[in-house]
Design a binder for this molecule. Structure first.
Ligand SMILES: [Ca+2]
Length: 507
């Protein structure tokens, strides 16, 4: 697909209102909305706005400031949330690293990028795309990246003023000791799919919990923070866009001992829909559950004891990433740069921690798989210190960051600027969010639409392989599929119309 596709009116139709009057009336085309939202937050700025863009890997909003179910400790992210605007309902466009990041950094959803798996490089497929950091670079910014922003090995070399390859070039030594699990053998039930040949190596490493020595000085995320700190020092006198991408809490879990000590596995309460193996709950289509895990419990069942240990390790990894983020923000403050810097914190996608027997993100069009933390601290924004419950998408970050910095995003860029919500988190905003999943990296197999009250997903065109509908207020854990109930027929049709226009546009 080409950039031209994004200008095709039929493709934009899902935004302008062909499907479902109640939802669609409040879905103006993004560019129009952005024009109307040129706001004082960017006016009168004497020097270019700097950007410090944090990204975490595989981190669902399991953070104290988001009301962590497992009581995660995240004091530095909490502090950032208290200073800026915390978006409580932000959704990724694809529950997997590369497609999600490719969408975020190009301002195009996965069906436009065509990136539906972890092997396709978005700038290789679409050299005409102007990625977000490249937009800053071409507008005179020094753009630098520490750690994982684009997916490993699929970066945009034109995006960065200094490009030295991937983060792996830092050669982390990761000194620590392994925390071995019992690896209890739990018989595999019918229906669970065997490990894919390509996942055998991952299966052997994904759940190897590492307790790092010291502060984790030899490990990747410590070095990522160090590099970002050095970049801040280098750039303090010139306009910069610095990306800082942490690899935790992506598997395998790792953190120094003191971050494990924050959590007692015995006190971890497993979710009500936990099971040792992935399962399809009664009343759900089989396509809703990917019957193999992509991280942590790959090809083996999870006992409650091991599940608690792994959740603890996930939480420790979050707290260590939070600590590293705090080091970078501390340097931003020490250098006196906070007042002229927009700070963003986002993750690439969500995660399941045993819910419905699932671990990791792949294939999850549930709230747990697609909802991600998003915090933006824009100095002077009127909404600072508040939370925003409007439905937003990581896709929206492109237009948002461009507008905040006063840069011109191309007309073809999709998504909507969040600047009106930074000024007033309760501003009228009735756009839905969309996520898709592809099992083979080529075809979209499932599409999810999220509105303020509903989550609806269809599997296969026209829900050929089933659908699921949840009233997210009444059923936040998404335990009861309402899709086939006659009383929800009208809302299902409305949401189905949005999905049809989004994933299968005419023309
Ligand atoms: Ca990821």
């Amino acid at each position: 697909m080409s950039t031209q596709d994004t200008l095709n009116p039929s493709r934009r139709q899902f935004l302008t209102g062909a499907a479902g009057a109640a939802l669609a009336t409040a879905l103006p085309v993004a560019a129009e909305q952005t024009t109307a939202a040129k706001v004082p937050v960017t006016r009168g700025r004497k020097k270019p706005l700097n950007v410090l863009f944090f990204m975490a890997d595989d981190m669902r909003p399991e953070l104290a400031c988001y009301g962590s179910r497992f009581h995660a400790e995240s004091p530095n992210i909490d502090k950032l949330a208290a200073a800026g605007v915390r978006f409580d309902r932000n959704y990724c466009q694809f529950p997997l690293c590369n497609p999600s990041r490719s969408s975020l950094f190009t301002g195009h959803p996965p069906h436009t990028t065509g990136v539906l798996g972890n092997t396709t490089g978005v700038v290789k497929e679409h050299p005409e795309f102007m990625t977000l950091p490249r937009l800053f670079r071409e507008n005179g910014y020094t753009t630098l990246r520490s750690g994982k922003l684009f997916h490993a090995g699929l970066d945009d070399p034109k995006a960065w003023t200094e490009f030295d390859g991937d983060v792996e070039s830092m050669h982390p030594t990761q000194v620590g000791r392994r925390m071995d699990l019992k690896r209890e053998q739990i018989p595999m039930p019918d229906g669970v799919l065997p490990v894919l040949p390509g996942d055998n190596q991952r299966a052997a490493h994904s759940d190897q919990i590492l307790v790092l020595e010291g502060n984790g000085e030899g490990a990747g995320d410590y070095m990522v923070a160090d590099r970002a700190i050095n970049y801040l020092r280098q750039c303090k006198d010139k306009p910069f866009f610095i990306g800082c991408g942490f690899s935790k809490p992506h598997s395998p879990p790792q953190a120094p001992q003191r971050f494990f000590d924050m959590y007692d596995p015995k006190k971890i309460t497993m979710p009500t829909d936990f099971a040792a193996w992935p399962y399809v709950p009664e009343g759900f289509p089989t396509a809703a559950i990917r019957m193999r895990n992509a991280d942590l419990f790959i090809g083996r069942g999870a006992s409650v004891d091991e599940a608690r240990e792994v959740i603890r390790a996930y939480l420790a990894s979050i707290s260590w990433a939070d600590w590293n983020l705090g080091r970078v923000l501390g340097e931003l403050d020490r250098l006196g740069l906070r007042e002229n810097a927009a700070v963003v914190f986002v993750a690439d996608h969500g995660y399941q921690l045993g819910e419905k027997g699932k671990w990791s993100k792949a294939g999850s069009l549930f709230e747990q798989g697609t909802r991600v933390p998003l915090i933006i601290h824009m100095p002077g924004a009127k909404g600072n210190g508040r939370s925003c419950t409007r439905i937003v998408q990581s896709l929206d970050l492109y237009r948002t960051m461009a507008e905040l910095a006063g840069l011109e995003a191309g007309a073809e860029i999709e998504g909507s600027s969040l600047v009106p919500l930074l000024q007033d988190p309760r501003a009228t905003w009735e756009r839905p969010a969309y996520s898709v999943w592809s099992e083979d990296g080529k075809t979209i197999h499932g599409t999810m639409v999220r509105t303020e009250q509903w989550r609806y997903a269809e599997f296969g065109k026209g829900a050929a392989n089933g659908a699921m509908l949840f009233d997210v207020h009444a059923d936040p854990m998404e335990l009861t599929n309402l899709a086939e109930l006659p009383k929800h027929k009208a809302v299902r049709e409305q949401l189905s119309g949005l999905i049809a226009a989004y994933s299968y546009p005419a023309g």
